[in-house]
Design a binder for this molecule. Sequence first.
Ligand code: FNR
Length: 188
Amino acid sequence: PVRLVAISGSIRRASHCTAVLRSLHPLLPPTATLELFPLDEVPMYNADLDGDTPPAPVAALKAAIASADGLVICSPEYNYGIPGVLKNAIDWASRPGFASPLKGKPALVMTASPGTAGGVRAQAQIRDALAATLARSLVRQHIAIAGVAARIQDGRLTDAPTLEFIQAGLVDLLDEIRGLRAARQPQA
Ligand code: FNR
């Protein structure tokens, strides 16, 4: 079995990004699970609160990432960049530096926007922030969903070409997880 954790960079109820993440289950093989971790309750990063017993939502976030085989992120772009909500969560999850639950974690990064650029500028920043944590963002064509509002119906992504493109990303993610598992097997 493969456990994936989904993280949306938007915490509003009608978020397009969360809708995209909620639409992925049918694209996964039956052996894989995908659970959404909402960032609503994660407080602002404060090193004074960081340590062995961080705030409960932070501990839950870090535990969810630690127990996951991989991450699926979908985020909007705010003012040409990464939303504070998502950056804040990455910052919490990144500690202790270079030895955090994010280290070595395969991650499929997607962005979505009602606009024409699909959030590519934010995507570059998300990938950069993940690189600082030693997470493994997949090297593949960027999944940047432009005009996302028109591709969603009743809270689900219904646009077939977009679903197909995302599915290829999920296949890459599962391949990466399988490869890492194989590499961890003791050599004969
Ligand atoms: C935006 N939006 C936006 N869109 C974009 O493509 N590039 C941008 O730089 C911005 N900047 C921006 C700043 C702020 C503060 C807000 C609130 C919004 C629009 C944004 O893509 C849109 O609101 C999305 O619907 C947000 O994603 P969710 O919440 O639907 O997932």
